[in-house]
Design a protein around this ligand. Structure first.
Ligand SMILES: Nc1ncnc2c1ncn2[C@@H]1O[C@H](COP(=O)(O)OP(=O)(O)OP(=O)(O)O)[C@@H](O)[C@H]1O
Length: 176
């Protein structure tokens, strides 16, 4: 498997050209003013529910004319201390990350409720949905998907981030 991925451009840790960065890079968004979003700028007029997470719902909406995904904390959990802590933890991680294989954080609403986390909208949906619609993948597509995932994970795992994902999954929460 390692050889197959390498043949298609995969790299291993610690070798020339890997994702390892010797020098640490400052986070792209250093100040809260850079990422705190005024909720009035979020346009939910044509919002569609696209998913559910453990503590919120994910909606497709618009922000400054761009389609976005908004993870919105459920009203019933908006005062739950652990939920707020988890949410802030997620924001604090996402502000540091920028990689083509990691969903791009755009900002968050943390000063008013409901708390919301805003990311780019991925129009391809999740892998589970993709597999359901398209059936089994061709070997080349499977290898390319594997490399995309591995590159995102390598970026998280390597300095200066060193983040362990712990919840990698292809599935979409079923809310039928
Ligand atoms: N940026 C996005 N663009 C398009 N769809 C998305 C986006 N973010 C989430 N979704 C959809 O919402 C579903 C649930 O999102 P996600 O898994 O991120 O929630 P979560 O809060 O991390 O869930 P959990 O806490 O249960 O792990 C995804 O499977 C996907 O279908």
């Amino acid at each position: 498997m390692t050889e197959l991925l390498k043949k298609h451009g995969g790299l291993t840790f610690g070798k020339t050209g890997s994702h390892f960065e010797a020098k640490s890079i400052p986070p792209p968004l250093t100040k809260k003013a850079d990422w705190e979003i005024n909720p009035l700028e979020l346009d939910f007029t044509k919002a569609v529910m696209i998913g559910k997470g453990s503590f919120g719902e994910i909606l497709k909406a618009n922000w400054r004319g761009t389609p976005i995904a908004v993870k919105r904390i459920l009203p019933s959990l908006s005062n739950d201390r652990l939920v707020i802590q988890d949410f802030k933890h997620e924001v604090n991680l996402l502000i540091k990350l920028r990689h083509p294989n990691i969903v791009q954080f755009l900002g968050a609403v943390t000063e008013t409720k409901p708390l919301m986390l805003v990311t780019e909208f991925l129009r391809g949906g999740d892998l589970h949905q993709y597999l359901k619609e398209k059936g089994s993948l061709s070997p080349l597509t499977a290898v390319n998907f594997a490399l995309d995932i591995a590159r995102g994970m390598a970026y998280l795992h390597n300095e200066p981030n060193v983040i362990i994902h712990r919840d990698l999954k292809p599935r979409k929460y079923s809310f039928s």
